[in-house]
Design a binder for this molecule. Structure first.
Ligand code: MG
Length: 326
């Protein structure tokens, strides 16, 4: 299953949707409709408690929410064929093209970011003469306020001349935990998203002279994620996914999660030194091909009006335009 956060065109607020083909179903209303069909009088209250319309609250409900989602999914064809009556005055099914997708988790509690995991990225950095070593297990926090949706504009900030992209996979935490062993790691994962770790390379370089990493990675719009969460049931092996990033159709990054040097369960084990909570996001680090480590990087840095497509197999494609800061 794929679950998204979409702006409901009539209610005009974000809701959780089940994405199927080119349709999206409001899962909370759909579950309410199923309860009503069963003659449940408190359907609205029960649906809100079991399958809430907010993504983090839904993830917190854990197995109860997943069971309810499965019920909605099992009745998918009935919903798509108007075979189930919607709660009064409501609509459950929309065309994906008629709604706006927000980041699946519009404001994660925290984003823990990995660097140096794909060793190819470290190798090309060394080759390009990047001043700083990129060992395994570099991690830093990315600001939740940098999050944008899968089709939202990346704002080209006035403080940079070197705006770069980094295609990554994001892991979505679905269960609260601390000191999680790698053997139990998948129990704590809800699913996966595409992630782009947008970076102002010149600001990063200045900051790293002091051993810090902040604004270069955290300016507004520097964390596009989406287009939805592909739940882990659809991705039994997350270590075999093709990854590709294109700028204006030109392939810039091409790789696979099979080349991760540290596996996803190991990442969960390592990062759960802090309490991980439902809706937290952990990224894998990027593959080779970023602009900074290419010959003639100026040609490859992002420019206003560029279109950045970030794709990961079995998850989806984000398409973010680059827009000059007004
Ligand atoms: Mg990165």
């Amino acid at each position: 299953m794929r679950i998204a956060t979409f702006v409901h065109p009539f209610l005009r607020k974000p809701r959780v949707g089940l994405v199927y083909g080119d349709k999206v179903l409001d899962v909370n209303l759909a579950y309410q409709a199923l309860l009503l069909e069963d003659g449940e009088e408190d359907a609205e209250v029960l649906a809100e408690a079991t399958l809430p319309s907010d993504m983090i609250r839904l993830l917190r409900r854990g197995k109860k929410a997943l069971d309810a989602l499965n019920q909605v999914n099992a009745n998918l064809s009935k919903f798509l064929n108007d075979g189930i009556e919607a709660p009064e005055g409501q609509r459950i099914v929309f065309n994906l093209g008629d709604v706006r997708l927000k980041a699946p988790i519009p404001r994660p509690g925290k984003i823990i970011h990995t660097a140096g995991n794909f060793r190819e990225h470290a190798k090309e950095a060394e080759k390009a003469g990047w001043e700083f070593p990129i060992p395994q297990w570099i991690s830093f926090l990315k600001s939740p306020t940098a999050v944008i949706g899968p089709y939202d504009p990346i704002i080209y900030p006035k403080f940079t001349k070197e705006l770069d992209y980094e295609l990554e996979v994001a892991i979505v935490i679905g269960k609260r935990g601390k000191y999680i062993s790698r053997e139990k790691a998948y129990d704590y994962i809800a699913g996966y998203m595409v992630f782009n770790d947008i970076t102002a390379r010149d600001i990063q370089r200045e900051e790293m002279k002091n051993g810090l990493l902040n604004f270069g990675k955290n300016l507004d719009t520097f964390a596009p994620m989406g287009p939805w969460i592909t739940l882990k049931d659809e991705i039994p092996d997350p270590h075999n996914l093709k990854m590709e990033l294109r700028v204006n159709g030109e392939v810039r990054q091409e790789g696979s999660t099979s080349r991760l040097s540290v596996t996803i369960p190991e990442i969960i084990e390592h990062y759960s030194w802090v309490t991980l909570e439902p809706g937290d996001v952990i990224t894998t680090g990027t593959i080779s091909g970023v602009a900074a480590f290419r010959e003639n990087p100026e040609r490859y840095y992002l420019k206003p009006d560029d279109i950045v497509e970030s794709e990961v197999e079995k998850i989806g494609i984000m398409r973010n335009p680059v827009v000059k800061e007004g």
